[in-house]
Design a protein around this ligand. Structure first.
Ligand code: NAD
Ligand code: TYD
Length: 340
């Protein structure tokens, strides 16, 4: 039996992970430590309120007092807590540095003092920069870091700190760098969740630039199973890249969603592109597949259908998130950035 501290457990991937963990390791105790920013939502975990092995603690990973208390008796830390949206990092980079860089360092220090058995850091393929559209190249664990957005740069810095705590203090760390996730409980600011919720509200889907930017979309359940395997079998000090060879242009993703909801091209709206927009991300996941035996369980089209169904059936969940703050953000991002 282990005590697992999940930071950012009220967010999209974190809440899926808390559910996944309590289902697959029911004997473990899970502490969800989350600041509850705009992206954190305890509704995601409301079904767990009577589970004696689940506890929520409100706190900030950049606050050492909060973290020290939460770290007591912890065996495993899984760090999801972050500012996670590229467009917000372009509007205002400061919180990204505070949470993603300073917060990770505060957590590492506390985990070191508490002598945890494992510190797992959840990171992104965006730290590697962009691949050319026409190349066949993919990112792997040896790819040089070359982050382009303030978000990616802050995650890159956090990865370096995690590695440094292994090299310098022998903190037993592992890192995963994964591709874009989608699935239930994703805040409606990322491409897939935004597209589905806009369409369900009768609005159009904003497509940046030519829509030919490529991402390797990973269903969140498959991401959770990969992290589980890294925690069970991963080698301390190592990084594992997680991806599913599902390199897909944005416009194709959007057309699948349009089809699932019975809409046509009239619902597509080309808008001003994102500055510094990374053309293509793609992951070579050979290491985690060969060394740990991981394989994804979901097909892309099937997972898109499951996701669309979830948003259709959980309208109260996302409608309550489309509040004044969200609409202000939406306006800044989509209507005030000038002509395309
Ligand atoms: P999210 O934005 O949905 O959730 C982030 C969570 O962290 C929220 O619950 C928020 O309240 C919490 N948080 C933010 N600042 C905090 C702080 N200072 N202290 C404590 N909690 C804080 O993010 P997500 O999409 O679930 O991403 C989770 C992790 O996975 C992040 O580290 C992100 O970089 C990484 N990641 C995400 C994706 C993706 O496609 N979403 C892909 C690769 C990697
Ligand atoms: P996003 O979900 O923000 O993830 P990331 O930037 O981390 O890859 O965006 C995925 C892709 O979709 C990216 O190429 C930007 C594009 N995109 C749009 O075309 N329109 C949108 O409204 C959003 C949010 C993203």
């Amino acid at each position: 039996m282990s005590k697992v501290l999940v930071t950012g457990g009220a967010g999209f991937i974190g809440s899926n992970f808390v559910h996944y963990w309590l289902k697959t390791h029911p004997e473990d105790e899970v502490v969800n430590f989350d600041k509850l920013t705009y992206a954190g939502n305890l509704e995601n975990l409301s079904d767990l309120k009577d589970n004696p092995n689940y506890k929520f603690v409100k706190g900030d990973i950049a606050n050492s007092d909060d973290v020290k208390k939460a770290m007591e008796g912890v065996d495993i830390v899984v760090n999801f807590a972050a500012e996670s949206h590229v467009d917000r990092s372009i509007q205002d980079p400061a919180p990204f540095v505070i949470t993603n860089v300073v917060g990770t360092q505060v957590l590492l220090d506390s985990a070191k003092n508490a002598k945890v058995k494992r510190f797992h850091h959840v990171s992104t393929d965006e730290v590697f920069g962009a691949l050319k559209l026409e190349s066949k190249e993919k990112f792997n664990e040896e790819t040089k870091y070359s982050p382009n957005s303030p978000y990616a740069a802050s995650k890159a810095a956090s990865d370096h700190l995690v590695r440094a705590y292994f090299e310098t203090y022998e903190l037993p760390i592992t890192i995963t760098n994964c591709s874009n996730n989608f699935g239930p409980y994703q805040y409606p600011e990322k491409l897939i969740s935004l597209a589905i919720t806009n369409l369900l509200e009768g609005e159009k889907v904003p497509v940046y630039g030519d829509g030919l930017y490529v991402r390797d979309w990973l269903y969140v359940q498959d991401h959770c199973s990969a992290i589980d395997l890294v925690l069970q079998k991963g080698k301390v000090g190592e990084t594992y890249c997680i991806g599913v060879d599902n390199d897909t242009p944005n416009i194709k993703v959007i057309r699948l969603i349009l089809e699932a909801l019975g809409f046509g091209e009239e619902k597509i709206e080309h808008v001003t592109d994102r500055p510094g927009h990374d053309r293509r991300y793609a992951i070579d996941a050979t290491k985690i597949k060969k060394e740990l035996g991981w394989k994804p369980s979901f097909q892309f089209e099937e997972a898109i259908d499951l996701t669309v169904k979830w948003y259709k059936e959980n309208q109260n969940w996302w409608k309550s998130l489309r509040n004044k703050d969200y609409l202000d953000y939406y306006k800044r991002q989509y209507t005030e950035r000038g002509e395309k």
